[in-house]
Design a protein around this ligand. Structure first.
Ligand SMILES: Cc1ncc(COP(=O)(O)O)c(C=O)c1O
Length: 451
């Protein structure tokens, strides 16, 4: 049985369904077998896939039919607008899946060639043979212990396993209640949206390659009464900034506030290693986030929040109400990957690969888009943060690139308030680095309005 031929049959039947009348009968399995030159098993597989999608109905002993009434008829759903009220900010386009024929420099996720695919597949096979019962709400104890040991100073009991760090952010912001929240500007759009949804009033603090200005942070704590500051001191998304958070932690401590340290790119150091401030805090002021989504596999979605004291219990309570617990199979697989000897070897080769890709993109920018300012050469992470010449219409540049088959991310959504200039973010971790020079040439042309 071949996956390709079953997919081919699925496509052919979908074409047929596009014009088929409701209730029409599909050709028999025997006819489909002959028509597509495929085995009955392959045809059955295609029919099962279409049934699963609700596109056809099997009536045992009678045949297979187009459903009499299609559920997806467009209808008047305007009433929902009145029922739902105003909308929150829309989720950003960096999650868009890119078709194969475009160069994807917009996404936050590494290409599959940068993932430890062999380790992940072997780990999933072993996990499928292991325990399939429920795991404790705080997570698989051995995985908790692994995350704690990574930080050095934490105990396994401080760790709450999450399905990725986005859900960790949501729970942290909810646990802190809707107080004013200091937040770097620019910063990760998902943190901005999660904090807003939790009802936080955002207080933007300008940040740059050396992090936020400590005096401004102290003033903002004093003036707003905020009790938390969300920061990314290591290879920040989007700026790539890498800075020591020691002084900022002292300021948070002096104001009885939390520092939320998002170490999303821990495994993506290039010229430096992430050195979490959480490892130097024994006062419970740092709430630390780490994720394996991007470094192990986006298909596993395993992350952790590490916190001490009542805030940890509140975060766990929020997680438990939200999801009860994280799939034990996925946790076991993630733990298996990061405890294999091959994991360290993978991280070493990933570092080399990211360096080569980052440098190729920087070279391409120097050659093909000299008007662009690279705000800082990132010592790690997955992205370059580019300032375009003043007055550039970012949305026009993004559209012009897209028309030429190059996806780039306009910078506006990384700002919690007005953007401080025209920016775009380019990822150097997407597929096919050989396409970088051509794609950057397209960006250069779009900026200088030659397309
Ligand atoms: C800074 C930062 N924090 C958190 C996340 C969410 O990570 P996860 O995929 O583990 O939910 C991202 C994803 O891009 C991110 O960039």
């Amino acid at each position: 049985m071949s996956d390709d031929s079953s997919a081919r049959i699925v496509r052919a039947i979908k074409d047929w369904l596009a014009t088929a009348a409701p209730g029409a009968r599909l050709p028999t399995t025997r006819e489909l077998t002959a028509r597509h030159g495929a085995s009955p098993v392959t045809v059955q597989k295609a029919l099962r896939a279409l049934t699963g999608q609700g596109l056809i109905e099997a009536r045992p002993g009678v045949g297979t039919f187009v459903p009499a009434s299609r559920v997806n008829r467009p209808g008047d759903r305007g009433w929902q607008i009145a029922a739902l009220g105003p909308m929150d900010s829309p989720v950003d386009g960096t999650l868009r899946m890119a078709p194969n024929d475009v160069v994807a420099l917009h996404s936050g996720y590494p290409d599959r060639t940068l993932l430890p695919e062999r380790l992940v597949r072997a780990a999933l096979t072993r996990a499928a043979r292991g325990d399939i019962s429920r795991t404790p709400p705080a997570g698989h104890p051995e995985l908790q212990a692994w995350f704690a040991a990574q930080l050095g100073t934490a105990a396994a009991a401080d760790v709450v396993i999450t399905p990725g760090s986005q859900s960790g952010l949501t729970s942290i912001f909810r646990a802190l209640k809707s107080r004013p929240l200091l937040i770097e500007s620019p910063t990760y759009w998902g943190a901005i949206l999660a904090a807003r949804r939790a009802g936080a009033e955002l207080v933007p603090i300008a940040t740059g390659p050396n992090g936020p200005d400590p005096d401004q942070v102290a003033r903002a704590f004093a003036e707003t009464g905020a009790r938390a500051f969300y920061v990314q001191p290591h290879f920040a998304n989007p700026t790539g900034a890498h800075w020591d958070a020691g002084r900022i932690l002292e300021i948070a401590q002096a104001h009885g506030a939390f520092l939320i340290e998002d170490d999303w790119a821990h495994d993506f150091g290039i010229d430096a290693d992430a050195n979490p401030i959480a490892a130097r805090d024994d006062t419970g002021h740092v709430i630390y986030l780490r994720s394996l989504t991007k470094s192990v596999s986006p298909a596993l979605r395993v992350g952790a929040v590490i916190a001490r004291g009542p805030v940890r219990d509140r975060i766990l309570a929020d997680r438990t109400v939200e999801t009860l617990y994280v799939s034990g199979v996925l946790q076991s697989a993630a733990l298996d990957v990061v405890t294999q000897p091959g994991w360290q070897a993978h991280l070493r080769s990933l570092r080399r690969e990211l360096r080569a890709r980052r440098d190729l993109m920087l070279d391409s920018l120097r050659t093909h888009a000299p008007d662009v300012e690279v705000t800082a050469v990132p010592a790690g992470g997955l992205h370059l943060w580019l300032r375009l010449p003043d007055g550039t219409d970012v949305e026009r540049v993004v559209r012009a690139c897209e028309d030429e088959g190059v996806l780039v991310a306009g910078g506006t959504m990384w700002f919690p308030s007005e953007p401080s200039g025209p920016y775009v973010r380019l990822t150097y971790s997407g597929p096919d680095p050989s396409a970088f020079p051509g794609a950057v040439r397209t960006l250069g042309k779009a900026i200088s309005q030659r397309i």
